[in-house]
Design a protein around this ligand. Structure first.
Ligand SMILES: [Zn+2]
Length: 157
């Protein structure tokens, strides 16, 4: 969750300081894709009033709800065999790939699978080709040196 310093941190929506704790809200890390419309909210603090008036509020809340459904180790089940993933190193979590629900790639948001089952996953090739297309169409631009999407594609190869 975003770390906010009262009176020091700024609202990502209006740029003014976040002063009073009961007027502040925060969004969890959702995406590292700077091209995604929800990137601005990711792991950030903001005024409740600024968020309330924002046109992407519903989209943000929808994605946070999806995220909440998959977080928590007890729910980390592989989409391929339905079994709990007991070794964290085996887990491949796709996370929010895109907040644009019209993107075919959105069907793969928040999928979790055991990397040992990757060749049994019947949508593996479909996912990789959609991800390649997404990158080719310049819809993916990672923030920072770690490229989550390319990492996942490499792990699935
Ligand atoms: Zn604000």
């Amino acid at each position: 969750m975003a770390i906010i310093f009262e009176g020091l941190s700024k609202c990502v929506l209006c740029g003014q300081k976040l002063n009073c704790v009961d007027e502040i809200t925060a969004a969890p890390p959702l995406t590292s894709n700077t091209k995604d419309p929800l990137f601005v909210f990711s792991d950030a603090g903001m005024h409740v009033a600024c968020l309330d008036g924002h046109p992407l509020k519903d989209s943000l809340f929808y994605q946070i709800e999806q995220l909440d459904n998959v977080t928590g180790g007890a729910k980390a089940r592989c989409i391929v065999d339905g079994n709990l993933i007991t070794h964290p190193g085996d887990m491949l979590a796709l996370g929010m790939l895109t907040s644009d629900l019209n993107e075919p790639l959105a069907a793969f948001n928040f999928i979790i699978l055991n990397r040992n089952n990757r060749y049994r996953w019947n949508r593996r090739e479909e996912f990789i080709s959609l991800a390649e297309e997404f990158i080719l169409n310049a819809k993916w631009e990672p923030y920072g040196p770690f490229d989550m999407l390319k990492y996942i594609m490499k792990e699935l190869a």
